[in-house]
Design a protein. Structure first.
Length: 268
């Protein structure tokens, strides 16, 4: 079977890396084992260690010359795998060895993976080093779509605060459509506060509220916002944030205005 063949092809270096057996790994490296050996699926020992969040092994492999941006059969790099594991330590190690934060992938980017795993610390770190907030995956859409579909509210807040486009669409489907489908009122409110369009229609011509059950909490939430327009201060906040663009928080912090206003604009 295919799975069997995958395991047969794994080397002792892969095994030690995946299990976090750093002493064993060190001995293998010292005895001349190849750290860039790939399996049938092009999985390197560095992928295996990153996916399991084995930081000590990641460190040993990188120091021994493991290719930092090697791709497996899905096109994922070790940084994607480290983000999927939510290991901030592995992410920092890979970045310190020059891992690309925006590798030219056809699949989910490292930021997508961090949003999937729900690690807001990883999300914040990736954004700080220049992750593309609008990276588009044909299956998932943007990182914001992923974070909303998985209901990782802390990740959603980090993305929105960093200037992710709240109305980005995947087949016309917005993050608000996702929030309605997962019936999460807190998520719906957060997206609307950041300027989410409650009238956006997906490729089936449906608004987010069309995915709620009448008289349920999410339905009532949409109803409230349909009847009650956003306050003037709220509208000003959204348009000023839009004007400052991506990574606008840094610019807002430098504005010559009262600290209370800076806090309001920063959603603190």
């Amino acid at each position: 079977s295919y799975v069997g063949c995958f395991w047969v092809e794994r080397t002792p270096v892969h095994e030690a890396a995946q299990r976090g057996e750093s002493l064993q790994l060190q001995q293998l490296i010292e005895s001349g084992a190849c750290v860039n050996q790939v399996t049938v699926d092009s999985i390197t020992p560095l992928h295996a260690a990153s996916l399991q969040g084995q930081a000590r092994c990641v460190q040993l492999l990188l120091a021994a010359g493991a290719q930092v941006d090697a791709r497996n059969i899905d096109g994922s790099t070790p940084l994607c795998d480290a983000c999927a594991s939510g290991s901030i330590e592995c992410v920092k190690l890979l970045l310190s060895y020059g891992a690309k934060v925006n590798p030219p992938l056809y699949t989910a980017s490292p930021l997508h993976e961090a949003c999937m795993s729900g690690s807001s610390e990883c999300v914040r770190l990736l954004i700080d080093v220049g992750a593309n907030l609008e990276a588009h995956d044909c299956h998932f859409g943007t990182p914001l779509h992923v974070a909303c579909a998985r209901e990782h509210l802390d990740c959603v807040k980090v993305l929105l605060n960093a200037g992710a486009n709240v109305n980005a669409a995947k087949l016309h489907e917005t993050a608000l459509h996702h929030a309605a489908k997962v019936k999460n009122v807190d998520l719906i409110e957060m997206l609307i506060e950041f300027g989410g369009n409650i009238y956006a229609r997906d490729n089936r011509g449906k608004k987010p509220s069309d995915y709620t059950w009448s008289s349920s909490a999410p339905a009532k939430c949409f109803e409230y916002y349909e009847k009650t327009p956003l306050t003037l201060s709220q509208l000003c906040r959204v348009s000023l944030r839009k004007a400052t663009g991506v990574r606008g928080l840094e610019k807002i912090a430098k504005l010559n205005i009262p600290p209370r206003l800076i806090d309001y604009l920063s959603y603190n």
